[in-house]
Design a protein around this ligand. Sequence first.
Ligand SMILES: [Zn+2]
Length: 417
Amino acid sequence: MTASSFSVLFLALLSGGLLLRLYLASRQIAHVRRHRGAVPPAFAASIGLEAHQKAADYTVARVQLGMMDLLVSAILLFGLTLGGGLEALYGLASQGFTPGSLGHGLAFMAGVAVLSWVVDLPLGIYRSFGLEARFGFNRLTPGLFVADTIKGILVSAAIGLPLLAAVLWLMDAMGERWWLYVWAFWLAFNLLAMLIYPTFIAPLFNKFQPLPEGELKTRIEGLMARCKFQLAGLFVMDGSRRSAHGNAYFTGFGASRRIVFFDTLIEKLEPIEIEAVLAHELGHYHHRHLWKRLGVIGAGSLALFALLGDVASQPWFFEGLGMQAQGTAPTLVLFALVLPVFTFPLTPFMSHWSRHHEFEADAYAARQAPASALVSALVKLYRDNASTLTPDPLYSSIYDSHPPAAIRIGRLHASKA
Ligand SMILES: [Zn+2]
């Protein structure tokens, strides 16, 4: 491969991927708008026309913002690579540090992170205070937004800088097969993060309180006993501080597993509906979806790190992406920046696999709790989160991690018979 042919390949995939995504987004907008006038028959009894139209408008607004985001990201990526941005940042870092030193590598990477953050900031502010606020979902105050941002930067720096320093050191010190060590280290870090996030990081941003005694707790304990599922605790999180969207999730492994409910979810759903939603989550555990995903991510990332190890010694990789400087930090930054351009074709396969897991979890839930309760919970969540009931089939098949509402609920109804 020559530098110029790699440049051409990169530009072709970047612009081709951008055009394809913009096309899919415009299809989604057109499809949702076309079905704005009437609630789909299956939902006519449970969702009013006004809620349906709000969902359509919210979906369109989000996809439009997503298109802006795609454009900004593509321009930033082009500017950083062939536009010479990375080369300039690398030179800037050389003014304070010896080129090639650990400090220089970290300063360079921090510069890239800060620049990307600044570029993303206006759209992020608009997302919360423009779009989400317009549809009544935003609960963030400017003060909380600033506090979150500062905490986020401090946490990222406290975790990210030592992590990157360790990776740069491994790349230098471990000889030919350094990528194998970096991969193992990266995987171990991810598992560790999953362990420490719920107990150490999440409490920096939210308050967690034990779920109070009552019907909901009794129901959940009954469900856990039925499914023979060990749990370390049930918590309620003040999600309402930031957003009106409701959610519930499992965290932790083995004996430290816990369930966290957003307070907004408990307000919206009846105890029996929450029980059904949890039965669905237990279905993911029953089918070991998390471990299957981790297995695929582990194997896939091993292949990617092997590729990283290979391109790190190829001058065409750097020159083809607009960098004269080579070495560990430029390798990592270039690889991380351009990887999504090359892995985009995998998106439909991962989405399809994820939807398959959702169907499996729904089927499990229907065996452990009334399917009708899961259906009514889903309908409420679609309505209250203003999720569209009429996605474009092609858009949905490529991006959606969850099956379209009508298909999902149709299967649940069928499972009752
Ligand atoms: Zn699920």
